[in-house]
Design a protein around this ligand. Structure first.
Ligand code: PLP
Length: 382
């Protein structure tokens, strides 16, 4: 039997981050001690009160299907959180998903059809490209690498890239993979272009809670953006809940109605007891989030200092837990060599649309970060 797969799938690459992680696991299974700086996963356990809330919810029998969009108590808690960020969305404008990735997938599927134009800011998180291609859309990419990954100096390039044909722009601040937090002036520039060309914008705010001395503005709070912004967030990063799979999106009701059909016909709902744990996360976990963020800030400083000691300057991240390390033009070969020779896993910048860099995740412990950088230096990779 020979199968015919759709172009939409065959033109998509498997996730580069997950591929490197799989390689790291393979080496570990062979007995190697791999320092894994590839994976975007906090190394902290999920805060105990959230775990307990999940267990309690299971004990209380919250194990059946829920309303497709998510239980009302969680959507109300999310609406309150969004209100704290200055965003006005009632529960009817929110869909709870199994992870922010699913949220992004549903929005892109709802908005993008064959030949629709989508603009990405490079380097851009790996799955955006795949999602757009799976929906049949076409990509235009704006390179931010000449401006230390900041958007404000590159607004003219963005203006050249968008047109009345542009359907969707995806903005991710704090950014994966650069850790950049875009300035208010940059976001206002996005707003002006979005309004001028009638563009819908996804604001992926999954790292909003993890910042170092800056307060990122939510794009949807800017005048003119409320009814053209879809805000995405989730629990994986801020609450160290990657495997619980819980995220959400909030946007204009019309979009929620359309995406809601896709959601109900595909995932039904996020896991019932996980949704209950999500309420606890939103309502009672501020201290744990601050502690984790402080730890990330220390790790960031450590890595920046260690790299500087080896003569490597990086654009210092202001949020998330990633930074871009400038490497050889052939970043793919650099990353393969680094994992084979130094047993240090990183992700090639080309996976994010920006060759010449490797992404380091500093969600690992200080000891592992020190060990990883030492090994890269010893093997001649710094
Ligand atoms: N958006 C960005 C920028 C991410 O980095 C990630 C995960 O790495 C996601 C969305 C998806 O997160 P989740 O684990 O909630 O699916």
């Amino acid at each position: 039997m020979s199968m015919e797969f759709t172009d939409r799938l065959t033109r998509v690459e498997p996730s580069a981050t997950l591929a490197i992680s799989a390689l790291a696991t393979e080496l570990e299974n062979e007995g190697a001690d791999v320092v894994d700086l590839s994976v975007g996963e906090p190394d902290f356990p999920t805060p105990e009160n959230i775990v307990e809330a999940g267990k309690d919810a299971m004990d209380a029998g919250h194990t059946g299907y829920t309303t497709s969009a998510g239980i009302i108590d969680l959507r109300e808690a999310i609406a309150d959180k969004l209100a704290d960020d200055g965003l006005d969305h009632g529960p009817e404008e929110i869909i709870v998903t199994p992870g922010a990735k699913q949220a992004l997938y549903e929005i892109v599927q709802a908005l993008i059809g064959d030949g629709d134009e989508v603009v990405l800011l490079d380097p851009a998180w790996v799955s955006y490209e795949a999602m757009v291609k799976m929906a049949g859309g076409d990509l235009t990419r704006v390179d931010l690498s000449d401006s230390d990954f900041q958007l404000e100096p590159a607004l003219d390039d963005l203006a050249d890239a968008v047109s009345d044909e542009t359907e969707l722009l995806i903005v991710n601040s704090p950014s994966n993979p650069t850790g950049a937090v875009y300035s208010d002036a940059a976001l206002e520039g996005v707003r002006d272009l979005a309004v001028e060309h009638d563009i819908t914008v996804i604001s992926d705010e999954i790292y909003k809670e993890i910042t170092y001395g800056v307060e990122p503005t939510s794009l949807g709070t800017l005048e003119g953006m409320a009814d053209r912004t879809v805000t995405v967030n989730g629990f994986s990063k801020a609450y160290s809940m990657t495997g619980w799979r819980l995220g959400y999106f909030a946007g204009p009701e019309e979009l929620i109605d359309q995406a809601g059909k896709l959601h109900s016909h595909s995932v039904s709902s996020a896991v019932n007891f996980v949704q209950h744990a999500g309420i606890e996360a939103l309502e009672n976990t501020d201290d744990a989030v601050s502690e984790m963020t402080e730890a990330f800030a220390e790790r960031r400083d450590l890595v920046v200092d260690l790299l500087e000691d080896h003569g490597v300057d990086v654009a210092v991240p202001e949020g998330a837990f990633y930074m871009m390390l400038p490497v050889d033009d052939d970043d793919q070969a650099w990353c393969e060599g680094a994992i084979e020779d130094a047993h240090v896993a990183t992700v090639p910048g080309s996976a994010f649309g920006t060759p010449g860099y490797a992404r380091i995740s500093y969600a690992a412990s200080e000891e592992r970060l020190e060990e990883g950088i030492e090994r890269l230096a010893e093997e001649g990779y710094l």
